[in-house]
Design a protein around this ligand. Structure first.
Ligand code: MEV
Length: 445
């Protein structure tokens, strides 16, 4: 096998030919699979091709709906793009559960995003401080006015600029730390453009300033300019609350349920092994809505996990308490989302999702996403501390195996009843399937 140069310059057909001929045994079959996922609508296909680079096909994800979410008094049907079975079912179940108990409540805890110009300066720290605090901030703002004009019209813009001395961590390391309000956009482009202009201004103004020696001027080195995906000042809280007695269920008293549920949360608060799985379940809900609404799930993941480990030990993102007979369960989530820009007006399904949610602004969407995460966690903990997680999962496992076997509707119904009181294993399903179809081997299918 030889490396290829100019792959990106090949057209789609040439790319597929090269790929299938060089990497895949059955190139005819490989081409068939890739083409199966092309869209007949050439315009729509072109749109998808252009979202990324070197595209050769589309990758589908199931797009499901979790209805009955009562959030701050409004009813939502939440769109979720996720491949894992049971997630949408669990969200829907939690939504219904809380529908009868007052629904979900959200609160914005901050709307500031951060970015940094990271730079090195081998000179007098006091002079640098005086230079920054004289009128540099005004010049930095003035130089970015063409970038910030529209954002300011929408009520956002640069909120603050600070010089941060980080030389205790790395010798000569400083930052310009900038805080922004990016309104309904996620803000990455806006923030990064401002930061790159700040760096140019810093270089130009420091070179002109007579308080610095030539050596000090020459020592300035811009390392990089980039937003931070950690947004502890851009936070939302999602919460549910009800009287403890309202949590009683068939087979378990309210007190027993609350005790086990609270212990499950406490365990995730102190035990990183459990916290990782606990938070993964929360992200099942969060990512699904983030993807459906065309937002950057990698940024959302990074943000959440940094927050979960901000005190030095990885811990639970959700918490609960019981006070004066009331049960409260909440999620505090730093998250940066956009409802304008990016994919939001380009991807037809993203537009559909935002329409379905009533075209929320970024803060409302933050609340909806956090609610999906909290609901997911509630559903997981409710199952884990009562019937166990496998009951729900096994049903989906059974359907996946039956799908692979090509079972018909009647057979699916039969198997649902057959496995009601038995453990679902691949072997057991295949054995029963062969028995009822009177097959000697699956090759006879
Ligand atoms: C599975 O995707 C998520 C769970 O493991 C979450 C949890 O254990 O809390 C069920």
């Amino acid at each position: 096998m030889q490396p290829i140069s100019g792959f990106s310059k090949l057209n789609k057909k040439e790319k597929i030919n090269w790929l299938t001929e060089n990497y895949l045994k059955d190139s005819k079959q490989a081409k068939k699979i890739l083409k199966q996922y092309w869209n007949d609508d050439a315009e729509l296909q072109r749109l998808h091709d252009e979202f990324s680079e070197n595209t050769i096909s589309n990758y589908y994800m199931p797009f499901g709906i979790a209805p009955n979410f009562l959030i701050d008094g409004n009813l939502y049907a939440i769109p979720m793009a996720i491949e894992e079975s049971s997630v949408v079912a669990a969200a829907s179940k939690a939504a219904k559960y809380w529908l009868d108990r007052g629904g979900f409540h959200t609160k914005i805890l901050g709307n500031k995003k951060l970015g940094h110009v990271h730079f090195m300066f081998k000179g007098d720290d006091q002079k640098l401080k005086a230079f920054f605090n004289s009128n540099l901030k005004d010049i930095l703002k003035a130089d970015t006015s063409s970038i910030t004009k529209n954002m300011e019209k929408r009520g956002g813009g640069i909120l603050s600029l600070e010089l941060v001395n980080k030389s205790a961590q790395i010798p000569y390391y400083y930052q310009i730390e900038a805080k922004f309000d990016t309104r309904d956009s996620m803000g990455a482009n806006f923030i990064n453009s401002c930061l790159e202009q700040f760096a140019k201004t810093l270089e130009r103004e420091l070179a002109k300033d007579e308080s610095f020696t030539q050596e000090e001027k020459d020592s300035l080195q811009i390392v990089m300019c980039i937003l931070s995906n950690f947004t502890p000042e851009n936070m939302v809280r999602a919460e549910v609350r009800c009287k403890v007695e309202d949590l009683a269920e068939e087979g378990i008293s309210a007190e027993e349920f609350v005790e086990k549920f609270s212990l499950a949360v406490k365990i995730a608060e102190v035990e990183p092994y459990r916290a990782t799985t606990h938070n993964k379940g929360i992200m099942n809900g969060i990512d699904a809505v983030v993807i459906a609404t065309g937002n950057d799930f990698r940024a959302v993941e990074a943000d959440a996990h940094t927050y979960a480990s901000k005190d030095g030990t990885y811990t639970s993102l959700t918490h609960c308490e019981v006070k004066d007979g009331e049960f409260r369960f909440w999620l505090d989530l730093p998250i940066a989302l956009g409802t304008v820009g990016g994919l939001t007006s380009l991807h037809p399904l993203v537009k559909f999702s935002l329409d379905l949610l009533g075209n929320p602004d970024a803060q409302k969407l933050m609340g909806i996403v956090a609610v999906a995460g909290l609901a997911q966690n509630f559903a997981a903990l409710r199952s884990l501390t009562t019937v166990g997680i496998q009951k729900g999962h096994m049903k989906m496992h059974l359907y996946n195996i039956l799908n692979q076997l090509g079972a018909n509707t009647r057979e699916r119904e039969y198997f649902t009843v057959f496995f009601r009181d038995k453990t679902v294993t691949h072997h057991a399903v295949v054995e029963e399937f062969m028995r009822i179809r009177k097959l000697k081997s699956l090759d006879d299918l």
